[in-house]
Design a protein. Structure first.
Length: 250
């Protein structure tokens, strides 16, 4: 079975946007690592940055464990994810260390700078990972992995324009596990209520997953776009692994 890497900016981003798909892939026997660029150190009004970061690392590890996945944090900081050489080498190193055949990344167009910077870093680090002269602590991998972008939050860019997925994964069979994964991020309810004016973040996740599912005529869905830039792999690997669960968006 294959190694899959899911990288996003903050704890809970992957669970909201791809938790069901990762659960299905875990069911098929694939090995999964969930990576966040930061530990979510700005995600509280009541705790200091190191205190909330410690809480959120534990929550992220507990969420990943529910589907048998590993969790890693790259220890960047909130609102300080930048597309620079130091950060690119850090992301390249985790790709080399895990040697994935497939990488799920943040959308390059999203409402938050951290999400967009994380997307660019992952895209360029996939390119760099096989290059022997771009040195990190681990040896180069054999080839550029397949790269897919998750949805942006609410399916829109920072200007509110809709971004449609290439296909939607039917996650109805994994939705309760997706919910339980997100439940592990309990520290975020008060933060989202204060900063985003969103209560019941589980209900918001359900609403969003239902809306994406409607694009494919299923109850719950998660959207993805395959990155086909030169010289990244262009074969539909994720769609093949998911078999009938991957449905073209209408």
């Amino acid at each position: 079975m294959a190694q899959i890497l899911a990288i996003h900016a903050h704890p809970d981003d992957v669970e909201i946007l791809a938790g069901g798909t990762l659960a299905l892939l875990a069911d098929a026997g694939h090995r999964i690592t969930i990576v966040t660029c930061t530990p979510g150190d700005c995600g509280s009004c009541d705790c200091g940055p190191e205190e909330i970061a410690a809480v959120r690392r534990r929550e992220a590890a507990a969420a990943a464990a529910l589907i048998g996945a590993a969790y890693l944090c790259l220890e960047m900081r909130d609102l300080a994810i930048f597309n620079d050489d130091s950060s690119r080498r850090r992301v390249t190193e985790v790709i080399r260390r895990t040697n994935p055949q497939l990488v799920l990344a943040a959308s390059p167009n999203d409402y938050l700078c951290d999400h967009e910077a994380a997307s660019i870093l992952v895209r360029d680090s996939c390119f760099a990972a096989p290059l022997p002269n771009y040195q990190t602590g681990s040896a180069p991998i054999g080839a550029i992995p397949h790269l897919y972008f998750m949805d942006p939050i609410d399916g829109r860019d920072r200007d509110g324009a809709p971004i449609r997925p290439d296909f939607v994964v039917n996650v109805e069979a994994a939705f309760e596990r997706k919910r339980r994964m997100l439940e592990q991020h309990a520290s975020q309810r008060e933060w989202l209520r204060h900063h985003h004016h969103v209560d019941e973040y589980l209900l918001e996740m359900e609403r969003w997953t239902r809306e994406r599912g409607a694009l494919a005529g299923v109850a719950y869905g998660e959207g993805f776009r395959r990155y086909g830039g030169h010289p990244y792999p262009k074969t539909p690997l994720l769609e093949e692994w998911l078999s009938g669960a991957a449905i073209a968006a209408r």
